[in-house]
Design a protein around this ligand. Sequence first.
Ligand code: NAG
Ligand code: NAG
Ligand code: NAG
Ligand code: NAG
Ligand code: NAG
Length: 418
Amino acid sequence: MLTARWQLDFFIVVVLFARCQHCLDNGLALTPPLGWITTERFECLVDCANYPDDCISEKLIKTTADTIVKYGLRDVGFRYLIIGDCWMNETRDRHGNLEADPDRFPDGIKALAQYVHDRGLLLGLEIDLSNVSCNGRPGSYGNYNRDASTLASWGVDYVKATACSFKNIDKLEGAYPSMGTALNKTRRHMVYDCNWPIEIQKYGKQPDYSLISKTCNIFSTSQLMADSWESLEKTIKHFSSLSRDLVNYTHPGSWSFPNPILVGDYGLSYSEQAMQLAVWSIMNAPLLVSADLRKINDYQRALLLNKVTLTVDQDVSYQMGTEAILNRLLLQTGQVHIWRKSIQPEGSFALALMYFNISGGPTRVSVILRDLGVHGSEWYKLTNILTGQQIGMYKSWYTFNCEVNPVGVLFVRAEAIR
Ligand SMILES: *[C@@H]1O[C@H](CO)[C@@H](O)[C@H](O)[C@H]1NC(C)=O
Ligand SMILES: *[C@@H]1O[C@H](CO)[C@@H](O)[C@H](O)[C@H]1NC(C)=O
Ligand SMILES: *[C@@H]1O[C@H](CO)[C@@H](O)[C@H](O)[C@H]1NC(C)=O
Ligand SMILES: *[C@@H]1O[C@H](CO)[C@@H](O)[C@H](O)[C@H]1NC(C)=O
Ligand SMILES: *[C@@H]1O[C@H](CO)[C@@H](O)[C@H](O)[C@H]1NC(C)=O
């Protein structure tokens, strides 16, 4: 009897383990989520008197949902609309439940979720696991089950959890798994996005990515970027080495979140915006755009709608891509950084060649394809992903000559032809 019971337990454990060794098994985020998030562009803008179109309100969410549908962004996969901090009223309601600010969300979150769902989109909300959110709103500490039920009853699809005000690392360590359990208990499937690695680092500790990726669908791995090239460059360099540590912890069901996408904002040039999308898609990162989508221009819209970029990002048949370790020959190219990811069809690659030098003109790169790690097939068909132009047919020992603009990217698809 005991043995049979043990065997059954063992069987269940083995089955679960085999299905999802490293990731949270709630059936969600099987590919990196695509969508829109308020955090970077709209921060904690609650002044609707002076900024009626831009304040965090149901008007902003509804008009953005309509825009996502109108521009075809939904149809290429951008489905999540995530409201960061500051959607809440300053206090809980008289029953102790979380409540949206009644002036900015007069119809409440449940009606908003319905509006979003009716358009084939999904709604996310940010909460805080400590006592007080980063902007002084009610935290969930002591109320994890209650708040998880509230979110589920509203029809929320994605929960982003910060942990701004803990004073004590033990409480922080326990918080993310506890909220994960509370969300699971509601039986509503909600993507669980954790700021855990960032919060842990505030205590000078290294994140345990193995544990984190088993608890969370999405986990933030870099401080919030500013809307500037300096900040983007710093973030890309941060991931030069970190991306190699993360390859074993990103899988269907758990993804590293490097930062929101800033395409459509103010501080990056067009080529810098393209560079961010190229690197993020090579890393299989969730692409959550933090911009006013109602005001983006045609170029920015085309960048977001580029199906080949999205295919690279959503291609989860191989490990996430990383910065390639350059051999001596490539080191001579100086400030050219090369990121690479295996993609479908089998044997193919996406390559981002980037030049970080801010002075002077384009740099020439002349390199044998094999030295970029592109080999194993008879022929490769090279395409410029951003322009859609054919570059040519190459064997792996052919020399690939190209130019990369200063602070620019050449994003290439090398399709294996057998
Ligand atoms: C929202 O918070 C304010 C300030 O704490 C409070 O006076 C008000 O009653 C709350 N509104 C609702 C609808 O609970
Ligand atoms: C939250 O606030 C309560 C009441 O002030 C306090 O007892 C508790 O220790 C606080 N919890 C955390 C995690 O800071
Ligand atoms: C809860 O966790 C179990 C075990 O990991 C999983 O099979 C199930 O899908 C989860 N349910 C929800 C609603 O997340
Ligand atoms: C990833 O996992 C593989 C296989 O278990 C192991 O050989 C490799 O060292 C791991 N890489 C990192 C960066 O942890
Ligand atoms: C950056 O560009 C300038 C101007 O073309 C050049 O003088 C400098 O050597 C370059 N720096 C590097 C590291 O390539």
